[in-house]
Design a protein around this ligand. Sequence first.
Ligand code: FMN
Length: 149
Amino acid sequence: MKKTAIIYASIHHKNTEKVVNYLSSELPIKVFELQDAKTLDLKVYDLIIIASGIYNNELHVGILRWLKTTDIKDKEIGIIYTCGIRYKDYIKNIRKYVIDNGANYVGSSWCRGFDTYGSLAKIGGIAKNRPNNKDLNKIKKQVEKWLLK
Ligand SMILES: Cc1cc2nc3c(=O)[nH]c(=O)nc-3n(C[C@H](O)[C@H](O)[C@H](O)COP(=O)(O)O)c2cc1C
């Protein structure tokens, strides 16, 4: 199995944190919050998984900021995200960045996450009770494939 680390940002309802905590409880994966990623020695890991909620159509801004300070050449990188509703390709920019900078992009996995942003709060939010067990298992299956590939 590949040595794997997840770097994550989860600021709205800890939806993404729920996913990554589940993954690390089921699979041999180390998990780091984005703010702790600066001191991380990426050389130790074969596979880096970036995980984040979607905030205004993008992963957390800090993710790209961190990537820009990091040598990702020849690193395997996967992306996981949670979002209120997926109506567009939210990871287009970040995917382009990792590929353009020489990383070996392995793919992405996502699920919906409880969302009360802005006026959605007035209707009690959307994607209530997400991520659910089905979401967690779907993402775990994908990550398992990355670990074994
Ligand atoms: C500031 C902000 C902006 C958001 N923008 C989007 C968006 O553009 N598209 C979407 O589907 N969800 C959007 N959401 C909802 C979150 O992506 C969703 O709730 C996600 O699961 C949050 O993950 P977290 O709890 O790990 O932070 C937004 C939430 C916040 C707080």
